[in-house]
Design a protein around this ligand. Sequence first.
Ligand SMILES: Cc1cc2nc3c(=O)[nH]c(=O)nc-3n(C[C@H](O)[C@H](O)[C@H](O)COP(=O)(O)OP(=O)(O)OC[C@H]3O[C@@H](n4cnc5c(N)ncnc54)[C@H](O)[C@@H]3O)c2cc1C
Length: 217
Amino acid sequence: MDDVDLLDVGAAGVEADDRGFVETDEYLRTTAGGVWALGDIVGEHLLKHSANHEAEAVARNLLGDELEAVDDGAMPFAVFASPEVAGVGATEGDLESAGREYASRTCRYDETARGDAMHAEGFLKAIIDPEGTILGCHIIGPEASNPVQEVVVAMTAGSGTVRDIRRSIHIHPAALGGRPARLLGAVHPRGRPALSRRARGARARSDRQSISSVAAQ
Ligand SMILES: Cc1cc2nc3c(=O)[nH]c(=O)nc-3n(C[C@H](O)[C@H](O)[C@H](O)COP(=O)(O)OP(=O)(O)OC[C@H]3O[C@@H](n4cnc5c(N)ncnc54)[C@H](O)[C@@H]3O)c2cc1C
C-alpha cells in the first residue's frame, strides 16, 4: 500500500500519480489549495538531502514575494558501498533520449591522483555540453562522493563549466586533481569539445541543411 493511500490524501483533495506519489507542480504545490508536499512522498529523488532542499524551497515559496521553481538540476547521489558509487546530473542515456548535444570522457580511477595512490579500481565519467557546461559526472571508486561534491559546487555556485574545476588547485592526491582536472578540461580543450557520434551526426545534418539553403538562395 502506498503512503498516499495510508494517509488518504485524496480525502483532502490532494491528487496522487499512478505510481502512488503526490502530484505537485514545480513550486511543490499540490492539487489542493494551500497544501504543499516535499520529500519522499513527492517521488522525485527519495534522498534526505533532496527532502531538505525541497523543504527550503517550500519555505522560500511560502514566505517569499515570488514563487521559485525547485532547481534539482545538480541533485547528487551516493551509494556508500565498497567501492562508492556517486554521481550528479544527467547520464549519457538521459541526454541521448533528450536528443541533446554533449561530449563525454571517461578515465580509469587509478588515472586520478587519488586512485593511483590507493591502487583503486573504478572510473570517472564527465559529461558536458558544447559550451563546457557540466551536465553530469559519475564516479565509481573509493570516496567517490567527495569529488562528486566538488562537481555539485561547480554546477551550482560556480560558472557551471569545467573551467571551475580545471582552474582550481587540488590537494594532492585528490580524485579531481591532475589528470581528471585536465580530462574535464580536455573534454572542452579549446572551446570545441569532442561531440558524441549522435551529436556529430545532428550537427553535420544541420550544417548540410544550412549549406543547401544558402546554395538555394
Ligand atoms: C534504511 C534507509 C537508509 C537511507 N539512507 C539514506 C542515505 O544514506 N542518504 C540519503 O540521502 N537518504 C537515505 N535514505 C532516504 C531518506 O531517509 C529519505 O529520502 C528521507 O528521510 C525522506 O524524508 P521525508 O521527510 O520525505 O520522509 P521521512 O524522513 O520518512 O519523514 C516522514 C515523517 O513523517 C512521519 N509520519 C508518517 N506518517 C505519519 C502520520 N500519519 N502522521 C504523522 N506523522 C507521520 C514519520 O514518522 C516520519 O517522521 C534512507 C532511507 C532508508 C529507509
